[in-house]
Design a protein. Structure first.
Length: 766
DNA sequence: TCTCCGTCGCTTTTT
DNA sequence: GCGACGGAGA
């Protein structure tokens, strides 16, 4: 692997600032901060790492710090950059800072890495080969492009799936690596050494689409900063103070990005907790936070260790557990709470059904004791685990909500209609156009699309434009031509209307005139009414947007999980999406070897992966304010078959003085006998099916399909070589003679098919 | 172009 | 055990 820090080496290290630090008078908003918190707020100058343990008042410190800098007139809002990972976190911060200092938050650069990057990139898009109205692809689009690239390279997509390539490329982008920066070993990682070439082809394709994916937003800004020092200098000068939340989750690209921006003023404050780094599998580098003091010489480190959230028993358990990890910066959470609270309860159960039943009973008991369901959460390792609980809760009538899951904008009907809007906004958005060209069904099928693609590639124009050309020919069947013509006419109409129509009205028009709404009205599936509901919801959600562009930007960046506020309900969510949240009562089911820690993760990532799993357990425990109930089942259904399972190793890492096994049900005992019946006697159910398949992919050799792609010769036909009288061949219409040439359109008398107008790229001279 | 059927593959997912 | 996807046939 090449040194991911190549880029950094081109950059001066951020040196120690002579930090004046501290403030003179103590402003009122310092009241109530503990000593460490106050320090984290007051040290405004120079690099600062705030190690904020779970429940130590991190958000409060962040917002107070922001307010403090603004109040002290150290910087104008427009000179501050505050970066979060989620839109939700950004929103919360904006609200809380707003509450502290009022309207001055206007002008603050507060947002996610991605939204801040877009803001910069739109201004300078031309410098990295994009137009400023570039579109931001979501994962689906990304995958579709990837498939095209793989297909174009004549690689068998079965053997080398687009998914895998996408992951590979994403990881490169996470590291800040452009195609030209890969070293040989890395580039050879896919389809017998063609990974690097495919990456380059993919980037090229995105450029012609005037599009970026998520990783590009950062990568392109990095390119911009390193290639144009004048632009970089402008932003370096502007951002006097930079604040970063959840620093343990930054990837290399983000690190480099921050490092470049912070270079001038050196006032970079990063807040994070190495023990809560759980996104390594997505390219996050715990190393960033571990290395902070080396990266930024002279950095100060403040530890927030006083916990205001959990009971001593919970804290004691969490601390003991996480102590099993190596390579931590080390913190010890403490609380001066005199009441130790309830011990953590650990329960072994027979199977998933019993587990769900038990949790259900507990919740009912809590409910009777006056606890609110909103304050109860069930945190699972994998989302499919929620199903058993849902089933049970439906049966016994406990209201619940799934937190996370498919976000509003990820739903099919919403994506479809957004595709319509994207085409209205940017007719050249091929991916969007392709998505809806036959939705609802118009009879425009694969064959038509194929022809359009061929022509589009040949003429280097978009599908939408090409459609216009084809409509003037006999290339398409009359039926298809009519329908496509109507569609295009509709788009022209909508586009003309877009400028002076309110967004909800525009969308309603599109829904009605495209037949899309009707499609769902006629559908007699169970989900149809819900989808129509969602579309209605979209209408009201768009009311607040001034322009179509503003809305589309919002959509690409804010794949918000609409906070299903609702009434009082139990929360079902994954451990990953629980980070940053807290609940009175937390249930942690499924603590079994193979499931948690997850076997596949272990297979792929070894010790580092195990430690990340442990951090996940730590995150789970520290979500709880008052009580934690852990459970493990002796038998777990994995896909079709029953697997025997052993308790998670993490259970043994919980200290008996803080965590106790509930009285034996006698149920778990049966397991052991069950085990002897010949099922796997090894601890983990996992490695059997999971890991192996991945191995196959690497082991098996040749791709290659090739040969059969039609019409290489047609693609190669140079333009303008047709003359009147020339004899030609057309795939569909057969042989004929050219009667007239009008630009790229030919008027041809075919021997069998009669007189037709066709596009020259579909015709070969003979 | 649509529909039916067999095969494959199965974790987490802030943007 | 289930859904997504691709190929074959109507």
């Amino acid at each position: 692997m090449s040194d991911p820090f190549d880029l950094a080496q081109a950059v001066e290290p951020v040196s120690a600032g002579a930090a004046p630090g501290g403030t003179v008078a103590v402003p009122p908003y310092f009241a109530g901060l503990n000593e460490a918190q106050a320090e984290a707020v007051a040290i405004t100058e120079g690099p600062l790492l705030v190690l904020a343990g779970a429940g130590t008042g991190k958000t409060r410190v962040l917002t107070t710090r922001l307010a403090h800098i603004l109040r002290s007139r150290l910087a104008w809002p427009s000179q501050m950059l505050a970066v979060t990972f989620t839109n939700k976190a950004a929103r919360e911060m904006r609200e809380r800072v707003g509450a502290l200092i009022g309207a001055a938050v206007e002008g603050l650069w507060l947002g996610t890495f991605h939204s801040n990057a877009v803001r910069i990139l739109r201004r300078h898009a031309d410098l990295v080969g994009l137009k400023s109205d570039f579109s931001i692809l979501d994962v689906d689009d990304q995958l579709r492009v990837m498939k095209q690239v793989i297909e174009d390279a004549n690689i068998d997509e079965k053997r080398w799936p687009a998914r895998a390539l996408a992951t590979l490329i994403d990881r490169w982008k996470d590291k800040g690596l452009r195609p030209d920066m890969l070293d040989r070993d890395e580039a050879a990682g896919f389809a017998q050494g063609r990974g690097g070439a495919l990456y380059a082809a993919y980037q090229e394709r995105l450029r012609t689409l005037n599009a970026t994916d998520f990783g590009d937003l950062l990568l392109h800004t990095l390119t911009l900063f390193t290639s144009r020092t004048d632009v970089l200098a402008e932003y370096q000068e502007r951002f006097r103070y930079i604040l970063v939340d959840e620093y343990q989750d930054t990837n290399v690209a983000q690190y480099l990005w921050l490092r470049l921006l912070a270079q001038r003023h050196r006032n970079l404050c990063c807040v994070g907790d190495d023990d809560q780094s759980i996104y390594g599998w997505r390219g996050a580098e715990v190393g960033n936070i571990l290395r902070f003091e080396q990266d930024f010489p002279g950095a100060r480190v403040v530890r927030l260790e006083r916990n205001y959230r959990s009971t001593p028993h919970i804290l004691g358990s969490a601390s003991k557990l996480i102590a099993h990890n190596q390579g931590r910066l080390g913190k010890t959470l403490w609380t001066d709470d005199a009441d130790p609270g309830e011990k953590i309860v650990i329960r072994g159960v027979w199977d998933g059904d019993e587990e769900a039943r038990l949790v259900g009973e507990d919740i009912e008991a809590l409910q009777r004791a006056g606890h609110r369901l909103n304050a109860i959460a069930i945190l699972v390792r994998a989302s499919f685990q929620t199903r058993e609980f849902e089933d049970r809760f439906l049966t016994i009538g406990i209201p619940y909500r799934i937190v996370g899951g498919l976000g509003f904008y990820a739903r099919r009907e919403i994506r479809d209609i957004i595709a319509y809007l994207r085409v209205i906004h940017q007719p050249d958005d091929d991916l969007a156009f392709e998505r809806i060209i036959n939705v609802p069904k118009r009879g425009i099928g694969e064959a038509t699309l194929q022809a359009m693609h061929q022509l589009a590639r040949h003429e280097r124009r978009s599908l939408y434009r090409v459609a216009g050309t084809l409509l003037a020919t006999d290339e398409l069947r009359p039926q298809v031509r009519r329908v496509l013509g109507e569609l295009q006419a509709s788009f022209e109409r909508w586009r003309a209307a877009a400028a002076q129509t309110a967004l909800p009205v525009l969308i309603a028009t599109v829904l009605a005139e495209s037949g899309y709404a009707e499609m769902w009205q006629l559908a007699r599936t169970v989900d149809a009414p819900g989808r129509l509901e969602n579309l209605k919801e979209l209408l009201s959600a768009t009311e607040t947007f001034e322009t179509l562009t503003a809305f589309l930007d919002h959509v690409s960046l804010v794949m918000d999980n609409d906070a299903q506020a609702g009434g009082d309900a139990v929360n079902l969510l994954t451990l990953h999406s629980a980070k940053g949240l807290e609940f009175d009562t937390v249930f942690l089911p499924g603590w079994e070897e193979g499931l948690f820690p997850n076997q596949r993760t272990l297979d792929e990532g070894g010790l580092a992966a195990l430690e990340e799993e442990r951090r996940l357990a730590y995150v789970g425990l520290t979500r709880a304010r008052q009580r934690v109930r852990i459970s493990y089942a002796a038998n777990r259904r994995v896909y079709a078959t029953w697997q025997a399972a052993l308790p998670s190793r993490f259970i043994a890492e919980l200290p008996p003085e803080h965590a106790e096994h509930a009285a034996e049900h006698g149920m778990y005992g049966r397991t052991v006998r069950g085990l002897e019946d010949g099922a796997a006697a090894t601890p983990s159910p996992g490695p059997s099916s999971f890991g192996r398949r991945f191995g196959n992919r690497i082991a098996s050799g040749g791709a290659v399909a090739g040969g059969e792609r039609l019409s290489g010769e047609i693609d190669l036909t140079p333009a303008g070589e047709f003359r009147t009288g020339m004899r030609v061949f057309h795939q569909k219409f057969g042989y004929g003679a050219v009667l007239a040439v009008e630009g790229n359109r030919l008027d041809i008398a075919f021997e069998k098919a009669g007189r037709k107008k066709v596009v020259d790229s579909f015709v070969a001279p003979v």
